[in-house]
Design a protein around this ligand. Structure first.
Ligand code: NAD
Length: 477
């Protein structure tokens, strides 16, 4: 985990990857600089009276690019939060939104605290106060800046944020669009909690649809039977591991958490493991696998697909040469440093980059924001009408089939499945799947068509920088 000293910071790492791609483009030097730099970072120190004393907390909200507004990006709670990290994450948001064609600029926020040090009531007081500080400067606002969950935050914090914003803006009819990732009863959308992990699954499915790409990683066949190692069984890692193992036949052979790793060559039961972590605070003692105290060693273990889904810089100059996975999908933001990226590329590993791999969250956040602004659930107007149309068709086909001699007509199972209209969850999944497929194809086209583009990350940067540059140019810059 400890990166050697000569490793660049997270933000420098993102900038180095940006520069590598920008060198392959024909951007005016001024525009290149304009896109790369972070527009602004607001740092706030505020006090909250807790346990009989005033405690001071430091929070950040960075706006990387306002070429489109609102700007969008999660709020992270962690002791490791700092300006460099928040700016790096804000930059990634800009590129991510452009890549998946979500009409937002990039932003990110963070609060320097360990959520486990405070009880629920204290967390609410801290979150409400942080929201107040950001909202009064329009750094939380439905048309200016829309946060979402990230590491250490969840639906719970988003519900407090929207409530606090509403109290401060009682006549704003669009108040619920000030933040995404909210619980359903506070204006959320079906499928948001699972969205980032679901997006990782859809990204892998799309990758495995292209035999040529699979071969570049030295693999063959589909997802069925592939051995997967996941780091971090939080929101993103849990959903990715669950869907890949339950729906695609992958074997999750090891999970790395804060307190170590647990492995099982036959595949771990992700639901049981998650319940064990919830009850015991870590993977140690899980009856369905073997426990290993040094978790980070398992980043280097033999597997087909490695999914770092915890935090940044976990694959660095210190361990990259020993990482054996031929395919790495960056579910976390920035898990591979720029130096490690180069080592892995030279070894022939294929890396599906973060700005694409974890874009499922912001994609479904976009759907949630649209739902909030339109004040109606997706599918509410069409669902029953579609069902009636389908029922009509099924009735007629059934009649024709019986007339043609098919004794029982169409099967009941087919009739039931065909008639059922799409609800919000089905529509959200369909929109997410379409987004992940389309974005992969746009990266892939660049990857395969240009000799000077060796990897998917550079291709992703080329696609997104070109789109951001196009927006700036149309603004006359
Ligand atoms: P989370 O807080 O829900 O989960 C993080 C998990 O990683 C936890 O289970 C934690 O115990 C584990 N972890 C932390 N440090 C670890 C370490 N050193 N070794 C092993 N495990 C460790 O966070 P999340 O929302 O799942 O986010 C994870 C990553 O995905 C972050 O990089 C985040 O920026 C990125 N991401 C999240 C979303 C989202 O929608 N939540 C969207 C895009 C990207």
């Amino acid at each position: 985990m400890n990166a050697p000293l000569r490793e660049p910071s997270f933000r420098e790492s993102v900038d180095l990857m940006f520069n590598h791609a920008a060198r392959l483009m024909d951007l005016s030097p001024g525009l290149e600089e304009k896109i790369r730099v972070c527009n602004s970072t607001y740092v706030v120190r505020f006090g909250v009276r807790l346990r009989g004393a005033i405690h001071t907390f430091t929070g950040y909200r960075s706006v990387h690019s306002e070429h489109m507004e609102p700007v969008k990006g999660g709020i992270r709670y962690s002791l490791a939060v700092n300006q460099d990290e928040v700016e790096a994450l804000a930059a990634l948001m800009t590129y991510k939104c452009a890549l998946v064609e979500v009409p937002f600029g990039g932003s990110k926020g963070g609060l320097c605290l360990e959520p486990r040090d405070w009880n629920e009531h204290e967390m609410e007081l801290i979150t409400r106060r942080f929201t107040y500080e950001l909202a009064k400067r329009d750094l939380i606002h439905p048309s200016q800046n829309v946060p979402a969950p990230d590491m250490g935050t969840s639906e719970r914090e988003m519900a407090w944020i929207v409530d606090q914003y509403r109290r401060m803006n009682t006549t704003d009819i669009n108040a619920s669009a000030c933040v995404t990732g909210k619980p359903l009863n506070a204006g959320g959308i079906h499928g948001r909690v699972e969205a980032t992990g679901r997006g990782v699954q859809y990204a892998l499915r799309e990758f495995f649809r292209h035999k040529e790409d699979v071969a570049k990683a030295g693999l063959d066949g589909g997802l069925e039977g592939k051995r997967v190692i996941v780091q971090g069984l939080g929101n993103v890692g849990f959903h990715a591991a669950k869907f890949l193992s339950e729906e695609d036949g992958c074997l999750v052979t090891a999970v790395i958490e804060r307190d170590g790793a647990v492995s099982n060559p036959e595949g771990l039961s992700i639901e049981f493991l998650k319940a064990h972590i919830g009850a015991c605070g870590g993977v140690k003692g899980f009856p369905g696998g073997t426990y290993h105290e040094d978790g980070s060693d398992w980043l280097e273990a033999d597997c087909d697909i490695l999914i770092p889904a915890a935090m940044e810089s976990v694959i660095n100059l210190g361990n990259a040469a020993r990482v054996q996975a031929p395919l790495i999908i960056e579910a976390a933001n920035g898990p591979i440093t720029s130096g490690a990226d180069e080592i892995l590329r030279k070894k022939g590993a294929v890396i599906i980059p973060d700005m694409y791999a974890n874009a499922g969250g912001v994609t479904v956040s976009y759907f949630e924001w649209v739902k909030n602004l339109s004040h109606i659930r997706f599918g509410r107007m069409q669902r029953r009408q579609e069902e009636a149309q389908h029922a009509l068709l099924v009735q007629e086909l059934d009649r024709v089939a019986k007339t043609a001699g098919l004794k029982h007509g169409l099967s009941e199972n087919f009739k039931e499945q065909y008639v059922r209209g799409a609800g919000e969850l089905e529509l959200v999944r369909s929109g997410l799947d379409d987004t992940m497929r389309t974005a992969y194809q746009s990266m892939r086209e660049v990857w395969h068509s240009r000799k000077d583009v060796e990897d998917l990350r550079t291709a992703a940067y080329l696609v997104s920088i070109a789109r951001v540059a196009g927006s700036y140019r149309s603004k006359g810059l």
